[in-house]
Each structure stands twice: as C-alpha cells, then as structure tokens.
Design a protein around this ligand. Structure first.
Ligand SMILES: *Cc1c(COP(=O)(O)O)cnc(C)c1O
Length: 436
C-alpha cells in the first residue's frame, strides 16, 4: 500500500516513511492511495487484537511492519472495547476507556509507539517525541512510550488549565517522559511545538518527531474497534450499527468512516461536537471557516479547526457530497451538564463530558423519531473528569484500576515560560545529557 498527500504535491510513499514524517512534504495529510476492501466475518472467539490485525494488514503490506503486525496489535489492543447496551434496547455505548489512561487515544498511541520502535534501526540515537496537549493526548502518548528504550517524550501543556487528574496523568511517568507546565494557554503550547518542529536543524539534532492527531499512526489503528463492534452487533441483530462519535480533530470519526468504507457493517455516522462551531456550521451549509478555539467542559474536543477535516474532504471529493454523507450535532456546556445529570437515571451510566456530547446527539435523534440502533463512542472514563461529573450526579465516580495506579504515583514536572526559545533551549540541553 502507498500513501499520497491530500494536497497531491508529494510523492507517494510507504507506511514506514509516512509514519515517521507525520505531515506530507507539501503540507497535506497522508491518505491511503485507495481504500482497501476486507472481508469481515464474525467469529465468536475473535479478539479485538485479531480484528485490528485483519483491518490493518492491507495498510502495512510489503512494509517493514508487515511481519510485526500481529505482535504490534496484541500489544496495543490488549484491553477490551465492549459494546454495552443502555437502558433502552436500541441505545448502546462503545466503551473505549479501558486503557492505561482511560481514554480511547490509548489504542492508537500504543500502536504508534510500537510501530516507531519496530522501525528504529539498531544503534540509532534517541528519538524525541514532542506533543502539545490539553490533556488526553499527552497522557496516552506518555503512557505508550513510558520506559520504551530509544525514546524520550516531551509533553507541553498549559499550567492550571487541565483538570487536576489530567495533570497527574501527564506527570506520573518514568525518566524518559518530561512533563512541561507552560505559563500560558494551549494555543501557546501548540505554537511553541509547531515552531520547534518547523526548525529543520533542531529537528535533526534532537531527532524530533511528533505524535499529533494528523499522524497516520494515530488514525488507522482506530479503525479496529469500530469494525469489531459493528461485526459483533450485526451478527447478533442482523442490522447495521449506527454510530455517534464525539469529535474534536475528527481522528476517531475518520477512522469510523474508514471502517465503513472498508466493508464494516456500520450505518450512519454522526459527529457530536461541543460549542466549537466549525463542523456544525459547515454541515448546516456554510463554507468551512477557521474558528478561534472555545473552552468547554469537553476540553479534549476544544478545537477551532479540526485537523482531519482535510482528509474527509479529500475522500468525499466536494463539500456537497460530504454534507450528504454525514451530519454534526452540537452540545453547549448547558447541554453537557443536563445530559450528565440525567444519565444515571435515563441510561444507567455516568458519562464523561465528551461522551455526554454524544448522548446529547442521541437524545436529539430520538426526539426526531429515529428508532434505529445507535452506539455512542464513550471516549473517556468519567472518573478522569470527576471535578465536573461528581457534583452533577451527586456521588463519587469509582476510579478504574489503571487511573488509580497512575494517581498513586509521584508527579514530576518542570515549569516553562510560554516562549519558543525556552522550549528550544530545553530540548537542546537535555538532548546532549550523557547517558540519554
Ligand atoms: C481526543 C478526544 C476526543 C476527540 O477525538 P478526535 O479524534 O480528536 O475527534 C473526544 N473525547 C475525548 C475524551 C478525547 O480525548
């Protein structure tokens, strides 16, 4: 399989180069040259890792990863993604939060880390993985690379603007993970990381790579759980599963779309957004216009310009076709609060604020008389956002074991000015420490 750029000005390349490059040289995003069709059959003993191996095989065919795929999938998909029926029989939750940092990003971050490790020639100097994060991405990437030889992870995040538990989840890892609290906003963090990554000389000296949401290694693995859930559901109910995906950068939604395009029995895909309006405005017929980021209760979806939008447009050819293929339903912070408060009674669960955006979309569909079976992707565990959720439901949310583990470990972090040159200096200093 070869990968081409959405902007059409870069040479086609294999998965290994596309993973290591992140962005294509022309500034576009890598997409597979064609979308492979796989024959998906339900088998009662088929694990999530088996499905992952099956759907990812065409993408790594004839590459250095082909022979390692089964091992990579076994490692990355070692925890389940159960499809749970809610109180009404047609409502379901696809629980993607059973990993080490209790968010769906664990799956792809672990796959990417394993793939980059497998692609490192022996004796290569240390690579530095740089991430700006508003919470979940940084933790998933840190956990995925924690203790992995040959990699240093540098996480940059806005001091005081991530939830206390999210902060702990960024600061509780081993010596190869450096957590940097920036005196500034998430936009400052993103600017600093972008600036540093654009410096070719620094990139080379520190062997910098990024693990941001446009990487194919973050996108493709997410096909697996959508396909797996759809197969099991259709086997049991003889009808396709419709899916609501809480959306920020559109990575998880693009993966669901790919799963369906490859042949998984998925019906409609609805994007659930928060108050950041670009997608709901686009699907209402407005031209896509970049928007300043709005801070909401669903902070991992606080995105002004979804980075994977370019992929969706590429696959659909023109905006009219894209608008026919999908829709977006937005939730305000008031909607999110109301959904969380009502969910224990209405659905028999407690959702995180992101999952609540998905449930809000489900409520709207039901109000419009939609009786089809729907699953909402539950993107994070509610205990991660206890400071929002606990007051609304009036009781503590029990911690999942992985999160309890992480909160029990000591924190390590450094403070950094919101300044590009401060990050640059830090990267250069620590890059030459002996023994690193
Ligand atoms: C990242 C994230 C999202 C948004 O996912 P995208 O792939 O960026 O659209 C939703 N919910 C949670 C909990 C997240 O961490």
């Amino acid at each position: 399989m070869r990968f081409v750029s959405t902007r059409g000005q870069s040479p086609a390349t294999g998965i290994a180069d596309a993973l290591q490059a992140g962005l294509a040289p022309d500034g576009g995003l890598y997409v597979p040259e064609h979308i492979p069709q796989v024959s998906l059959q339900f088998a009662p003993d088929q694990s999530l890792a088996d499905t992952a191996c099956h759907v990812l095989r065409p993408y790594v065919a004839n590459s250095a990863l082909a022979g390692r795929l089964a091992g990579l999938c076994a490692q990355a998909f070692s925890f389940p993604a159960p499809l749970r029926a809610l109180s009404s029989p047609a409502d379901h939750l696809l629980e993607l939060f059973h990993g080490p940092t209790a968010a769906f990003k664990d799956y792809a971050a672990r796959f990417l880390a394993g793939a980059l490790e497998a692609l490192r020639p022996p004796g290569t100097p240390e690579d530095t993985v740089l991430v700006a994060t508003s919470g979940d991405t940084g933790a998933a990437v840190a956990a995925a690379f924690d203790g992995r030889p040959g990699f240093r992870v540098v996480i940059v995040y806005p001091d005081g603007r991530v939830s206390p538990r999210q902060a702990h989840g960024l600061e509780c890892w081993g010596d190869n993970v450096e957590a940097l609290r920036v005196d500034g906003t998430f936009d400052d963090c993103q600017r600093m990381v972008k600036h540093v990554l654009a410096d070719a000389e620094l990139r080379r000296r520190c062997r910098l790579t990024s693990a941001n949401s446009i990487s194919l290694g973050r996108l493709l693995p997410q096909i697996a759980y959508h396909a797996h859930a759809a197969l099991a559901f259709t086997h049991a109910h003889a009808t396709p599963l419709n899916l609501i995906v809480p959306t920020g950068n559109l990575g998880n939604a693009c993966a669901a779309w790919l799963a369906r395009a490859m042949g998984a029995p998925l019906g409609e895909i609805v994007l659930a957004t928060n108050a950041n309006p670009m997608l709901s405005r686009f699907f209402a017929g407005e031209p896509p216009r970049p928007q300043a980021t709005i801070a909401t209760l669903a902070n991992a979806m606080d995105v002004g310009v979804p980075s994977n939008f370019e992929r969706l447009r590429h696959w659909h050819g023109d905006d009219t076709s894209l608008r026919q293929a999908m829709r977006a339903i937005a939730a305000t912070d008031a909607d999110i609060r109301a959904v969380i408060a009502a969910a224990p009674e209405r659905h028999g669960i407690t959702p995180c604020p992101h999952t609540a955006c998905g449930l809000h979309a489900l409520h709207r569909l039901r109000e419009d008389g939609d009786h089809r079976p729907w699953a909402v992707a539950a993107t994070a565990h509610p205990a991660k956002f206890d400071s929002i959720v606990t007051p609304l439901v009036g009781r503590d949310v029990p911690l999942p074991p992985a999160l309890a583990d992480c909160l029990a470990r000591p924190r390590r972090y450094a403070q950094l000015a919101a300044d590009d040159s401060a990050l640059r200096t830090l990267l250069l200093d620590t890059a030459i420490l002996p023994g690193r």
